[in-house]
Structure formats: structure tokens, C-alpha cells
Design a protein around this ligand. Structure first.
Ligand SMILES: C[S@@+](CC[C@H](N)C(=O)[O-])C[C@H]1O[C@@H](n2cnc3c(N)ncnc32)[C@H](O)[C@@H]1O
Length: 257
């Protein structure tokens, strides 16, 4: 007995994986967060499938429903936005399901962080500039553990991807500046990455808060910050070792320079 947890991707229904779509099409019961998952994707379920919206349900209600249908021998698919492993609240579901002797199979999805990077035509790890991406959120109503405060994370001066932070930009700016980031640091905000009404706002740390307000962005936004987001990066001639003609690796012998 198991629940299928499927990553829906960031919005565009074509961005689900082939495997995820197969499970969705075979499902007898589909549960999805109606505020975040594209209805066009859910429409690909069988016409006979029971489709349940979870935005108005609390955890026990949702898990009780899953358990009930799974115990009836039905194939139940829980569709999560982006990738289920990032801010997906799947662990609490798995803990309760386990108590009922029900396991899970998780199918990953395209996280909004990568859909946002694609929309901004960005590489988040630029050789010689940064080789690290931190996925995090600003502290709001949900507390952040003591050792994960944004100003501490930002001391690494790498690329930072901020989920769930669209209404907290003042705080974001303050924390990054406190960590020593310059006011001119490039920031790309991608609202509704991969949806038809996607919007990309390129700004700087200094103007982030004002530009968010001007563009009316208060939710469903990915904030990508750091010099990897520099719109002029193409002129700066950063090169990876991988394709350097003098660099030898497992699949190619480099030539003497
Ligand atoms: C509860 S989290 C879920 C994240 C999801 N599991 C993922 O991998 O993208 C919701 C946050 O993800 C981000 N997000 C989700 N979909 C997005 C999209 N299409 N474009 C931009 N940001 C998105 C926003 O920061 C939003 O506040």
C-alpha cells in the first residue's frame, strides 16, 4: 500500500516529468493544492478520477482521505507544486501514513528555483564567481533556525534563492546588506515562472523592495540574488574547466597550451 507523491513542476503543465504524468493519468484519486498547481495539468487525470482540492483541508483531513482511498485499493496521487522536497510539507504526511502502514513513492519535479533561473536565462553557478546556491527563505511568521539566519548565510557571497519571501523584501535587503553585500548586487525576481503571466523583474538589492511594489508582486515569486544574476555576465568571460581545451578529464584529454 502506498501513496504516490508527484512533483507537478512550477506551473507549465509540460514541465511535469514523464513518470509523474503517467502516475497522474493512472490515478483513481488525485489530491492537489489548488492555489499552486495548474488546473490544466490536473485535467489530464482520468475523467473518472476523484479529484480533491487540498487548500481548504487540514493535515488530518487530507491524510484520512488518502488512507481511506488507499485502503479501498485505489491508486492515490498527491500532486505537489515544483519539487515536493522543497517546502512541500511532505514529511508530516509521510509520518501519519506510516502509522497506518502506508509507504510512499516520490516522483521529483522541476522546482520553481530552476524554472526561475531558466526564465532569467541564468546559470546560478558561474565558474570563478560562485559555485554554490543556497535555497532558503526570509524569516516571517515561520521562524528560521538560529544558525540559518539570512545574514549568516549571505556571508558566503554565493547565489541565494529565496522562496516564500515576496512580502519580506525589506528584511531580505537589510540582512544581505548587513552581511556585506553591495547595494548594486543584481537580483532577478521571477513571478509565476513558466505560467503564461510570468513576469521577470531585474533589479538590484538597493531597488528590490520598490521594484517589487511597483510591479505588484506579493506572492508566487522566486527571488534570485547574487552576481551570477548580473545581466552583463556575458561580457565578463567566465569559463568552466569542463570545456577548457587544456583541461583533461575522464572523457577527454586536454591539449598542451
Ligand atoms: C510552498 S513553496 C513550494 C515550493 C515548491 N515545492 C518548488 O519546488 O518550487 C511556494 C513558494 O515557491 C515559489 N514558487 C512556487 N512556484 C513558483 C513559480 N511558478 N514561480 C516563482 N516562484 C514560485 C514561491 O517563492 C512560493 O512562495
Amino acid at each position: 500500500m502506498k501513496l504516490y507523491i508527484v512533483g507537478a513542476g512550477p506551473g507549465d503543465p509540460d514541465l511535469i516529468t514523464v513518470k509523474g504524468l503517467k502516475h497522474l493519468q493512472e490515478a483513481d484519486v488525485v489530491l492537489y493544492a489548488d492555489s499552486l498547481v495548474n488546473e490544466e495539468l490536473i485535467a489530464k487525470a482520468k475523467p473518472t478520477a476523484e479529484v480533491l482540492k487540498t487548500a481548504g483541508m487540514h493535515l488530518d483531513e487530507m491524510v484520512d482521505t488518502m488512507v481511506d482511498r488507499i485502503k479501498q485499493g485505489k491508486k492515490v496521487v498527491r500532486v505537489h507544486t515544483g519539487d515536493p522536497a522543497v517546502y512541500g510539507a511532505i514529511m508530516e504526511q509521510m509520518v501519519l501514513l506510516k502509522k497506518e502502514g502506508i509507504g510512499v513513492e516520490i516522483v521529483p519535479g522541476v522546482s520553481s528555483v530552476f524554472a526561475a533561473a531558466a526564465a532569467a536565462e541564468a546559470e546560478l553557478t558561474i565558474p570563478d564567481l560562485t559555485q554554490t546556491v543556497i535555497l532558503t527563505r526570509a524569516e516571517g511568521r515561520t521562524p528560521v533556525p538560529e544558525f540559518e539566519k539570512l545574514r549568516d548565510l549571505a556571508k558566503h557571497h554565493c547565489t541565494i534563492a529565496l522562496f516564500l519571501s515576496a512580502t519580506l523584501t525589506k528584511k531580505v535587503v537589510k540582512e544581505l546588506i548587513d552581511a556585506g553585500w553591495s547595494q548594486e548586487t543584481p537580483v532577478a525576481v521571477v513571478y509565476k515562472a513558466s505560467w503564461p503571466d510570468q513576469k521577470i523583474v531585474r533589479t538590484t538589492l538597493e531597488n528590490l523592495d520598490e521594484d517589487m511594489r511597483k510591479n505588484g508582486i506579493r506572492k508566487q515569486a522566486m527571488i534570485l540574488a547574487g552576481w551570477a544574476l548580473d545581466a552583463n555576465i556575458h561580457d565578463k568571460n567566465y569559463r568552466s574547466k569542463l570545456y577548457d581545451k587544456t583541461f583533461t578529464h575522464g572523457f577527454r584529454r586536454g591539449v598542451e597550451s
